[in-house]
Write a protein that binds this ligand. Structure first.
Ligand code: GDP
Length: 358
């Protein structure tokens, strides 16, 4: 039985006639307490980048976070790439902005789609994501749950080449293999290779194919009805502009009397942060300013929850099979032990656990 007790504030007040202050308990400061605690603790975010080599992944990541995460990268030649398997490389960097600390982990997947035979080249990537879920599941079920390190992948930026006419089979296979494990955000790489018309056509095509193949990319949450009109408009624009057509650059050039991050060509300058040139700013705002928390929430509440439910289901199933074996088969096996009952032995072999016979 529960009882709901409503307290009225009895804290000392400064002025006699201030009824507002009399009724002030103080729980209005709760958001401030949460804010202070979170800032103290710091934030973490794990971003995976995937796509063929040379698609501009490292340049884009550097442009997004204004860091040089790839200082020690070794580029392979064509011969080395022929039989290259997909590697998983983690780069971690601590960034601080206005006193807020962010531990950013970039999970790079060099070698993806680079070999002659790309059959199942996404397997090491799905395995990696599962391993992080498994580690988290173990830590969470362990005794010391206080300082669990969360290495789960919160988002995967998937780079689609700008040169084709939509998705390639490898893109479809990759996204289908990962869409239930991670938030996929598809990007059109090196968008400066395309005219605005071509970008529009390619975006429409990719969106159509994503629907056609039943690929579940990250869905932006619905905007609350009480949000202001400007916010609703921005949200609408964001949703309409996917897949984001991006441009990256590690150099700063002079354009219209200003120093900007861009690419200098004989015919002009492409500005990374100019919204009429590409969707870089929209992507950055979405990823960092508006949806980072939602990406983490969806990872935790949907993808990890699915993994966890599956694990628990398998554990209960194998437990009940074991129980059944012990109850039903063990006595029979005992009786037939001498005659080496192969039927029972086969069942045990298939159960993948060691049976200790006293
Ligand atoms: P990664 O192997 O996918 O990490 O690709 P990199 O970031 O190393 O880029 C490969 C090459 O593409 C480099 O010469 C970059 O300067 C160039 N590059 C990167 N981003 C862009 C872009 O947006 N447009 C164009 N045209 N080239 C780019």
């Amino acid at each position: 039985m529960t009882a709901n007790i409503r307290y009225k504030s009895r804290i000392p007040v400064k002025t006699e006639d201030s009824t507002e202050e009399k009724q002030y308990v103080g729980f209005a400061t709760l958001p401030n307490q949460v804010h202070r605690k979170s800032v103290k603790k710091g934030f973490d975010f794990t971003l995976m980048v995937a796509g063929e080599s040379g698609m501009g992944k490292s340049t884009l990541v550097n442009s997004l976070f204004l860091t040089d995460l790839y200082k020690d990268r070794k580029l392979l030649n064509a011969e080395e790439r022929i039989n290259q398997t997909v590697e998983i490389i983690k780069h971690t960097v601590d960034i601080e902005e206005k006193g807020v600390k962010l531990k950013l982990t970039i999970v790079d997947t060099p070698g993806f789609g680079d070999a002659v035979n790309n059959n199942e080249c996404w397997k090491p990537i799905t395995d990696y994501i599962d391993q992080q879920f498994e580690q988290y599941f173990r830590d969470e079920s362990g005794l010391n749950r206080k300082n669990i390190q969360d290495n789960r992948v919160h988002c995967c930026l998937y780079f689609i080449p700008p040169f084709g006419h939509g998705l390639r089979p490898v893109d479809v296979e990759f996204m289908k293999a990962l869409h239930e494990k991670v938030n996929i955000i598809p990007l059109i790489a090196k968008a400066d290779c395309l005219t605005p018309n071509e970008i529009k056509k390619l975006k429409d095509r990719i969106r159509e194919e994503i629907d056609k193949f039943g690929i579940k990319v990250y869905q932006f949450p619905e905007c609350d009805s009480d949000e202001d009109e400007e916010f609703k408009q921005l949200d609408k624009e964001l949703k309409e502009c996917t897949p984001f057509a991006v441009i990256g650059s590690n150099t700063v050039v002079e354009a219209r009397g200003q120093r900007v991050r861009g690419r200098l060509y004989p015919w002009g300058i492409v500005e990374v942060e100019n919204q009429s040139h590409c969707d870089f700013v929209k992507l950055r705002n979405m990823l960092i300013r508006s949806h980072m928390h939602d990406l983490k929430d969806v990872t935790c509440d949907v993808h990890y929850e699915n993994y966890r439910a599956q694990c628990i289901q398998e554990m209960t199933r194998s437990e009940s099979v074991r129980g059944e074996v012990v109850q039903k088969i063990l006595p029979v096996w005992y009786l037939k032990k001498e005659s080496k009952c192969t039927e029972c032995q086969e069942i045990y072999a298939g159960l993948n656990f060691t049976l200790v016979i006293p």
